[in-house]
Design a protein around this ligand. Structure first.
Ligand code: 2P0
Length: 354
């Protein structure tokens, strides 16, 4: 009997224009569009194997070898149900000789090859890999954009990991979510010199989760309304232009401004949410000073920090500056407990690739 199995992997992405807030929590429709860079390096990926078999009694999922419950109506169940529906509609109804895989249960095993200590969110690469592996198992004739609609319902930021390079997630306006999907702004090959340095300040998992934190922000922050209506639309246009023109100075200015505003709306939440710590703020000061000297020398900004829902810094820079910035960071933040973990060096100089 044929073995119905497929393996796919998906990379982590780091946003330059941040997603923070949902207008529909079930469909995961955001209150603003966002834009990210996909960090596609071999050791920053989730890899997922899916198998369908008539002998399986129910859908099951293992994450890094540990079984996780698939809750009825939950995010994983929704993604699996959507992919089974596509299998039925796009393959089985059109080609009656194809096996009825949509009627079989699936077993799914997913691994992250980056350590939890890296402090990177795994939901984006995890759901993107899950959706890709089932799409491959079911031989779905659909685009990454269509798959992004499904990955979005697993975790919002996951929709952006279906593409490499520079990726926008357009918020859309349709209440069904049909137009809230990922779009490639430019492939990695357009600007291959961009690198990301990941500075692991802390691998502490405590704190406010993105999912609950962003909803508290939606409910209580006035600043978020200003951000959604008057800041993000212009910023997205400007950063897309900067990417297309390979204008690093503008890219850096916008990326840092948006990280700052995301943390400002977190602070404007009731009760306030703090993601940055003293080391995070000291890294900001270092990059600000680095850029001040660079601008004074007529070279423009050459580094951009950005922070997600935690204290770890991601620094975007061009290849030619990587060595200098790594040396600078290591000089001012020697690795010790409470500062950078060993993992920093491991990830220093991460390539961004398609
Ligand atoms: C982002 N973050 O754009 C922003 C910046 C965190 C800060 O996307 O509830 O884990 O699963 O849709 O995708 C984190 O949010 O939240 C996130 P859910 P998700 O990358």
């Amino acid at each position: 009997m044929a073995l119905h199995q497929a393996t796919a992997s998906a990379p982590v992405n780091i946003a330059c224009i941040k997603y923070w807030g949902k207008r529909d929590t079930k469909l995961i429709l955001p209150t603003n569009s966002s834009l990210s860079v996909t960090l596609d390096q071999d050791h920053l990926r989730s890899t997922t194997t899916s198998r369908a078999d008539p002998s399986f009694e129910r859908d099951r999922l293992w994450l890094n070898g540990v079984e996780e419950e698939i809750k009825d109506g939950g995010r994983t169940a929704t993604c699996i149900a959507e992919l089974k529906r596509l299998r039925r509609e796009e393959v089985e109804d059109k080609q009656p000789n194809e096996p009825k895989l949509s009627t079989y249960a699936v077993h799914i095993a997913s691994y992250n090859n980056f350590p939890t200590a890296a402090g990177l969110a795994s939901s984006a690469s995890g759901f993107a890999a899950l959706v890709s592996s089932l799409a491959q198992l079911y031989s779905l004739p659909v685009s990454p954009s269509t798959l992004s609609l499904i990955a979005r319902q697993g975790s919002g930021s996951a929709c952006r990991s279906l593409y490499g390079g520079f990726v926008a997630w357009d918020q859309g306006s349709n209440p069904t979510g049909i137009d809230s999907l990922a779009r490639e702004v430019a492939p990695q090959s357009h600007w291959p010199d961009i690198h990301a340095l990941i500075c692991v300040v802390s691998d502490d998992k405590k704190g406010t989760s993105s999912t609950s934190g962003m909803q508290r922000t939606v409910e209580t922050s006035e600043l978020l309304q200003h951000r959604i209506n008057h800041v993000v639309p212009q910023r997205l246009k400007a950063i897309e232009e900067a990417i297309l023109k390979k204008d690093f100075d503008s890219f850096a200015q916008i990326t840092m401004a948006d990280s700052n505003q995301f943390h400002a709306v977190a602070l404007d939440t009731e009760p306030p949410i703090f993601y940055l710590n003293d080391v995070s703020r000291a890294i900001i000061a270092l990059i600000v000073e680095y850029n001040r000297v660079s601008v004074a020398a007529g070279r423009g900004r050459r580094a951009a920090y950005t922070y997600d829902a935690g204290p770890n810094a991601v620094i975007y820079t061009l290849k030619e500056n990587v060595k200098e910035i790594v040396e600078l960071v290591v000089k001012y933040f020697p690795q010790r407990e409470g500062s950078f973990k060993d993992v920093f060096e491991l990830f220093a100089g991460v390539d961004v690739a398609a």
